[in-house]
Structures are given as C-alpha cells and as structure tokens.
Design a protein around this ligand. Sequence first.
Ligand SMILES: Cc1cc2nc3c(=O)[nH]c(=O)nc-3n(C[C@H](O)[C@H](O)[C@H](O)COP(=O)(O)OP(=O)(O)OC[C@H]3O[C@@H](n4cnc5c(N)ncnc54)[C@H](O)[C@@H]3O)c2cc1C
Length: 377
Amino acid sequence: MKIKDVLIIGAGAAGATAAFHLAKAGKTVTLLEMSSKELLKPCGGGMAAAVQQWFPFDLMPAVDEVINRVDFSWNLSDPVIAELPGSSPFWIVRREKLDAYIATKAIEAGAEILRPFRVTRVEKQEGYWQVANDSGEKLTAKAVVIADGSNSPWPKKFGIGPSQQHYAFTTSVRLERRGSLSKSTAKFEFGLVKHGFAWAFPLAGGINIGIGSFIGQHVTDRKVVLEQLLPALGFDPKEGIRTDGLLRVWNGHHSLNTDSLIAVGDAASLCDPFLAEGLRPALLSGYEAASSLNSWLEGDKKDLNDYTKTMKSKWGDSMAWGRRISQVFYRFPKVGYQLGIKRPTAPQRIAEILSGKMGYGDIATRVIRRLLFSADR
Ligand SMILES: Cc1cc2nc3c(=O)[nH]c(=O)nc-3n(C[C@H](O)[C@H](O)[C@H](O)COP(=O)(O)OP(=O)(O)OC[C@H]3O[C@@H](n4cnc5c(N)ncnc54)[C@H](O)[C@@H]3O)c2cc1C
C-alpha cells in the first residue's frame, strides 16, 4: 500500500491551489476530481487582483478581462458609477479556465490528478485516511483536504464548519457574445432581485450574468428578472446557458480542521454572505491549508489548528461583519441603495472592498447604524 502525504477531494480553485503549494514543497499529493474534464462552472468569475500574492506564477493567462469601472443601478435606472483607482484591482476569469490553469501548475510542480474520481467514502483507519470511489478504487494518505464545494457532505460528517449551513440561491447565465456591456465594466443591479442582487461581468467574447438571493428561503423568479435584465444588456430574454444552484456562505466562526483533515473553499463555508465573493477565500484557504499541512508533515508542529485561526483572522472576522451588513441591507435594499451605494464616498469604499484593500469590519458599524436608523424612521 502506497501512502500519500495528502489526498485532495475536488480540483476546483481551492483544491488546485492547495495541491500546487503542497507539491511545490515536495509533498506527495493527489487531486481527486469527479468530472472527467473542465466543465462550464456557474460563477461570475470576479476576483480581486490581490489574489496574485498567493501564487509565484502569473495568473494573467487565466484572466479574461481587467475591470476599471463598476456600474450600479436600482431597477435598471438611478445609476451610480465607480471608477476603480490604481492598477487593475479587479479581474474577471472564466472559472473553468482558472481552475484548469492552477491544476496544470500543480501537476507541473509534481502533483498527481485522478479524474473522473468521485469520492464516496472517507474514513480513518489505523491512523491513515482511506478515500474511495464507487468502483472500489481506494487511496491512502496521512492527511485529507476537503475541497469539493458547496454540496460537500464531509464537514458535517467530521464535525467541522457550521452546524447549520446558510445558502445563497443563485442563477448563472453564460452568454458567448458581449451585448451592450461596456469594455472593462462590471455591472451590479440591486432593485430587481428580492433579498439580493444581479450582476453582469464581461468575458473575452462573452459575459456572465448572475442572480443571488442571500436571506430567507424566497427564491426570486429568475425568469422575471432575466426577462428585464437580458434585454437591458442587449440580449434576447431567453438567451444563454442557465444553471441554478445553492451556494454555501459564511455562517459563523467554526473549526475548519481536525487532527489531520482540513476543509477549504465552499466546502468550508467561506463564501462572502453579502457579495458572494468565494474565489478569494477559496484561493486563500488553499494556500493557508497547504502551508499548515506542510509544517505539520515536516513535524514542525503537532496539529493543524493554526489553519482555523489564520482563516478567522484573515477572512472570518471580516465575514462576520459582511453577514451583519447583508442581513440589514437585503431587508431594506432601497434604503441600502440610497444610503450605501449613492453616498459620494461609496464608490471609493466599494472599490476598496472589491479590490481586497478593505474588509467589511472597516465600514460595518457606520453602514449598519445608517441603515437601521433610516429603516426605523
Ligand atoms: C452563480 C455564482 C456566481 C458566482 N460568482 C462569483 C464571483 O463572481 N466571484 C467570486 O469570487 N465568487 C463567485 N462565486 C462563488 C465561487 O464560485 C465559489 O466560492 C468557488 O467556486 C469556490 O471554489 P471551490 O474550489 O471551493 O469549489 P468548486 O469550484 O465548487 O470546486 C469543487 C470541485 O470539487 C469537485 N467535486 C465535488 N464533489 C466531488 C466528489 N465527491 N469527488 C470528487 N470531486 C468532487 C467538483 O467537480 C469541483 O470541481 C459564485 C458562485 C455562484 C454559484
């Protein structure tokens, strides 16, 4: 029996990042991915350029468009425009391209990938992890990284992450032409979607449109929203490839590791509960998980608890404020738009949040006080 250092379940953004950093540090690592090839992924693909800090190779080959302007609207009118300052702080990627790019770098660094390999069993036996698929293929390792996204059953099984999951209801539409969306511009629309917002992010020769509802069980009628949004962007109301999905979002501070298992990305419920930003925490958690596992495998420390602590300070503390903002903003979205987005200082603040320069904690108390005070009147 060959014992690997680490098995990673899921070759998405989080899993591929962990695989790259483990392989680069000389660890034996296998990525297990259920899909036989990269499929179209329901994701807007917007991410702060600040994610580059977690990679020694250039991410630009995976970037379709660099954003320097954000258009906001309420019911497709009442526009607000934010110019993003500085050098290209916000990027748009095709997710399938980004994931494949990082996975390729991981393989070049020495990682192995098995696909299609749909993990159906994960258990610890005599100190080692056994990970298997339905065909009975089985691998053994000292540690496991759970990176299989929003439907992952493993955090619950191993008692990590939130005991109650909170989900955003999402719809994604991929269109392979640009419509009327201007170059280098991302669009956020707040009035059409109940308890959430819609977005349009440009791709090279295409566009990602999405809808997200963040509180309650009410799912906005996507057909009604798309019938208004698509023509406003120069498309037929029925155009595009559509996918509905549930996205696990951040729901409290919890342990994200056991003694030899770590959850990353959506499986660890890290996605931003206000703006659905899940790529930055996926890449950050993949990077931090690898760093923690590397020193544990080297015998430099006795457990993986520093991973949970680091994710709390570098991400969770800001998300705790993001969740509070989300709960107030999406209950009173019209007030939120007037007082949050239309303030003269808002475009600058939004740019800083989107580019990762500022966390929600930096703006939260002022925003929440303003929203609650106005909603009470
Ligand atoms: C509509 C929509 C729009 C979004 N837009 C944005 C955006 O613009 N910006 C942003 O930052 N975030 C966005 N997000 C969130 C972002 O897509 C996620 O947070 C991100 O995909 C998390 O990456 P991940 O690697 O954790 O999970 P995933 O990308 O879901 O990867 C998980 C991988 O695991 C594999 N897998 C699953 N089960 C198994 C199994 N049993 N065995 C083996 N492999 C398995 C899957 O095939 C997949 O490849 C959006 C999400 C949605 C739904």
